[in-house]
Design a protein around this ligand. Structure first.
Ligand code: ATP
Ligand code: PRP
Ligand code: MG
Length: 281
């Protein structure tokens, strides 16, 4: 059976469970269920702390896992990022009280609090900066208020937590993170992991695209299909009225209304959008 590690709590947990469910896998019925066997798909899911997932995958104890890219890099293990999953997006950034540091070079000799010491030590080493890294479990923004550190390096999503502590980011983001599917780099059940990857890709695609149908005067079909090229090529079917054709194509969900407006202006009619429930491309 394929062993897959998934986050049991925190920011990535709910979205992961929802995505697995959409991909046709069994998910836990209540938060205290730590191992879920899905015999139909020959998969066993291990609900683990997001931070530990990369470690399990890196050691080969489980075949694949879902975690954040930042957590994967912090763990510094031998694991490969197979695909991004489209949720849990964040940046990882340095921050301090306004006026204390103008640039990342000014971190030299200062104390940096973080719950991602692996990531921060590597970033500082890459830049040739020597600083004292203080490892904390969470709520690192408070470390400055309490005088434990001069600078923090932490996950920033909306920036609300930083603002509430009177802190400001500086320098470019160390990293852009999101939830990712990872696997170890040892030989394993490649085919079963491929199935998981394809299923998750199917969910991602179904969420990113919608199906667009419309009727179009035959002489306008070239111009219309330029607006809706589809993935391979749009389906163009004859209609009873020979002056018209029906067109069907996948279009990005984002921007679909603009495409519908453009098609209408061009002369297309009966323009319909439908959600895609699942797909394999
Ligand atoms: N607003 C956010 N806050 C925290 N993590 C976020 C946020 N948005 C996305 N993430 C991502 O979620 C992952 C961290 O998850 P989580 O916060 O659950 O871990 P944790 O801090 O170790 O757990 P917990 O906070 O429950 O102790 C990282 O990959 C991070 O980039
Ligand atoms: O930019 P924001 O939208 O404010 O989000 C970022 C904050 O959220 C996370 O904290 P979390 O809730 O995971 O608590 P923790 O620090 O204890 O892990 C992260 O560590 C930041 O503190
Ligand atoms: Mg957290």
């Amino acid at each position: 059976m394929l062993k897959i590690a998934v986050p049991n709590k925190g920011s990535l947990s709910e979205s992961t469970i929802e995505m697995l469910r959409e991909a046709g896998y069994r998910t836990r019925r209540e938060p205290k269920e730590l191992i879920v066997t899905d015999p139909d798909n020959e998969v066993e899911f291990f609900y683990l702390r997001p931070r530990d997932i990369a470690v399990y995958v890196g050691s080969g104890t489980v075949d694949a896992g879902i975690t954040g890219r930042d957590l994967l890099l912090d763990a510094g293990v031998e694991a490969i990022e197979l695909m991004t999953l489209g949720f849990g997006r964040s940046t990882f950034r340095y921050a301090a009280k306004p006026g204390l540091v103008a640039s990342v070079a000014d971190i030299e000799g200062k104390r940096v609090a973080t719950s991602y010491p692996g990531l921060v030590r590597k970033d500082l080493a890459d830049r040739g900066i020597s600083a004292d890294v203080v490892r904390l479990d969470g709520a690192v923004e408070t470390a400055i208020t309490l005088g434990v550190a001069d600078v923090i390096a932490d996950v920033v999503e909306t920036g609300t937590t930083l603002r509430n502590q009177g802190l400001e980011v500086f320098g470019d983001p160390i990293l852009h993170s999101e939830a990712v599917l990872i696997k170890g780099n040892r030989p394993g059940p490649e085919q079963a992991v491929d199935v998981l990857e394809r299923r998750l890709m199917g969910v991602r695609t179904a969420r990113t695209y919608v199906m667009l149908d419309y009727d179009c005067p035959r002489h306008l079909v070239d111009r219309a299909t330029e607006l809706t090229p589809g993935l391979e090529s749009p389906t163009v079917s004859p209609l009873q009225d020979e002056e018209w054709v029906a067109v069907r194509a996948m279009v990005p969900r984002y921007g679909r209304n603009r495409v519908m407006d453009q098609l209408y202006d061009l002369g297309a009619r009966a323009i319909l959008v439908t959600d895609i429930a699942a797909c394999r491309l």
